[in-house]
Design a binder for this molecule. Structure first.
Ligand code: AGP
Length: 614
């Protein structure tokens, strides 16, 4: 969703802001803008445009056309008011003295707008954000308070979520930042300071960052950053060193981030798994759950959204088998409104790549309120979900830029399996030999996945056969069903083909009426013990004229080829790890289909990478 970049230093700000916005494009946006403070003129220059960033960049000659060393930039993902030049950020106060960029939603903006309108303040846009600019000026113009106090008064009046960057023409050397429930990161450079929605925008400039806490306000200048807590008391936020490689957030010769990230999966798995498996034993040194707590556990609850939820669905099948404990999986957006049965004997496992998904965050807080311990599986270090959890297992997948998640899904799954092995050992619910066999296969996953990826031409061929279908069904049983959900989501989000996932056995209870001559069904049949059942379901589809693209294990390839139209095979592995291999052909299929349909693969329409609104 919206992206923010800010700079206060001695260099020209606009080129730095535009370059930073380029790094935030992946979050999803529909317009972009910058505001720069000119010390010479003591005024703010705002430039903004609907559409992709290059429209703005061309308008400003890459930033060379704008003078000033302090500024903020923004990519907007529309919530209040359609995408347009006027609704783009930054927003100016009526005198043009205050400029604001914002990520989040000001929930009481209607009431505040009425308050200001009654006092003669005119509004230019339809956005919720504009009230912030107008309200700061309203308090500031009063003349009795300084800028920081005016900002603080404004923050006390607004309700909702915000990450804000604020400039004032009277303070041309300062940039003010504030955050509540929306991510904002401070960057410490050499003779300059930065502000960003996420670290990928800062990697080229600094690796020394600090995560703002909820309620924090910061003042950035070229000399450094002063930070205040929600009571406006000075605080020092811990700085951390980010060790992500600069090129990890760049395409590195690949046409798309999504393809690069698909191909990076074996390496990402090595990073996530190898350090945590020593001498065949799981060692989760980042975890501390006491024996007595674990013995008292009655239930696991997995809470997440989108693909992270699909990881949870695999987790339900796997963890219940490994732990013999009930595992419930809930969509985070539903969890908080369903009166969930959660108490201190429930371990709530929160899964989120970004660590910033608002629905997931809200579910986490609800689970904590109900007394549960929170263990999160997160990719982005220092993210809000990581910081609010009791325990964190990082996925170490590196930055994921494509909106459609791939390597984050794979590493989340591997980490969840590691967690299962760890808990199974502590609870004594799996034989040692069984644990050893699964651990050995976890170690073998990266190499096997490389073999799957090497077969990509065959998948590209299948895509060329089916890319013009109007609707696609994904079916499977058990973990294959959980995997079907992910395969279907991948296809629909980047290729815009309507697609649905069904538990194979459910097809005949309704959806089979949609199968007609030429309908494509992607049948997942990797579960050995359910192979015959899968074959029956495939036969049902074929006898109604449907075309079947099947996914099976290598040992069943030939048998499957007798029934399905196309077969993609994955290496055999431990039954619980099959989705870790099976997901790659589904990602590649979606990728190639989208490519052949000419879709914008890394930035699919209407989607955002980090979903920070409810
Ligand atoms: C998957 O390709 C999507 N981008 C989306 O479903 C994503 O998994 C979901 O929004 C959850 O995000 P999170 O893992 O960052 O919380």
């Amino acid at each position: 969703m919206c992206g923010i970049i800010g700079y206060a230093g001695s260099e020209q700000a606009a080129p730095i802001l535009l370059e930073g916005l380029g790094k935030l494009e992946y979050r999803g946006y529909d317009s972009a803008g910058v505001a720069v403070c000119s010390r010479r003129e003591r005024r703010l220059r705002v430039h903004k445009a609907k559409g992709w960033l290059h429209v703005l960049s061309d308008m400003l000659d890459g930033g060379a056309a704008v003078e000033g060393c302090v500024g903020v930039g923004h990519t907007r993902w529309a919530t209040h008011g359609a995408p347009s030049d006027i609704n783009s950020h930054p927003h100016l106060s009526r005198s043009g003295k205050i400029a604001v960029v914002h990520n989040g939603i000001i929930e009481n903006y209607g009431e505040l707008k009425a308050f200001l309108t009654d006092r003669g303040v005119p509004f230019a846009s339809e956005t919720d954000t504009e009230v912030v600019a107008q309200l700061v000026e309203y308090f500031y113009e009063d003349g009795r308070v300084d800028l920081l106090e005016a900002v603080s008064r404004c923050l006390r009046r607004i309700e909702g979520a915000y990450a804000l960057g604020i400039l004032c023409a009277d303070r041309p050397e300062e940039l003010i930042a504030a955050r509540k429930d929306s991510p904002l990161i401070l960057g410490y450079g050499d003779g300059c300071s930065f502000l960003a929605s996420d670290v990928t925008a800062l990697l080229r400039h600094t690796r020394r960052v600090a995560y703002m806490d909820d309620g924090d306000v910061a003042v950035l200048t070229k000399e450094g950053i002063r930070c205040y807590d929600y009571l406006m008391q000075p605080v020092v936020r811990e700085t951390v060193y980010v060790d992500w490689a600069v090129d990890a957030a760049e395409k590195g010769g690949y046409e798309h981030f999504m393809f690069k990230e698909i191909m990076e999966q074996p390496e990402a798995l090595r990073r996530a798994v190898f350090p945590r498996l020593k001498d065949g034993r799981v060692r989760l040194e980042d975890l501390s759950l006491s024996g007595s707590y674990l013995r008292g556990l009655r239930k696991l609850y997995i809470v997440a959204c989108g693909s992270s939820y699909h990881v949870g669905m695999v987790g339900k099948y796997n963890l219940e088998r490994m732990l013999r404990l009930p595992v419930e999986v809930a969509l985070a957006s539903e969890f908080r409104y369903m009166d969930p049965i959660v108490d201190e004997n429930t371990l709530v496992v929160v899964i989120s790549q970004s660590g910033e998904t608002l629905d997931t965050m809200a579910a986490l807080r609800e689970a904590r309120r109900l007394g549960a311990k929170i263990l999160s599986i997160v990719n982005v270090m220092g993210s809000s979900i990581a910081r609010e959890s009791d325990q964190v297992l990082y996925t170490w997948a590196g930055p994921e830029i494509a909106v459609a998640t791939t390597k984050a899904y794979s590493t989340q799954l591997a980490v969840l399996d590691l967690l299962g092995l760890h808990l199974a050992e502590a609870l004594g619910t799996m034989e040692e030999a069984e644990r050893d066999a699964m651990a050995a296969e976890l170690l073998a996953l990266p190499e096997k996945l490389e073999r799957v990826l090497a077969e990509r031409d065959a998948i590209q061929y299948c895509a060329s056969e089916y890319f013009n279908r109007g609707s696609v069904f994904y079916i499977g049983r058990n973990v294959d069903y959980a995997l079907a959900l992910e395969g279907s989501l991948k296809l629909k989000e980047i290729s815009y083909i309507h697609s649905e996932a069904y538990a194979s056995g459910e097809l005949k209870h309704g959806a089979i009426s949609l199968i007609e001559e030429g309908s494509l069904v992607v049948a997942l049949a990797t579960c050995g013990r359910l192979f015959d059942k899968a074959m029956s379901n495939i036969a049902e589809v074929r006898s109604r004229g449907g075309r079947v693209l099947a996914l099976a294990t290598e040992d069943r390839r030939e048998e499957m080829a007798k029934t399905a139209d196309n077969v993609v095979a994955i290496p055999n592995t431990h039954p619980l790890l099959l989705p870790s291999l099976g997901v790659a052909p589904l990602q590649l299929f979606a990728y190639y289909v989208a490519l052949m349909r000419g879709c914008d693969i890394d930035k699919p329409r209407n989607l955002a990478k980090s979903v920070t609104v409810e």
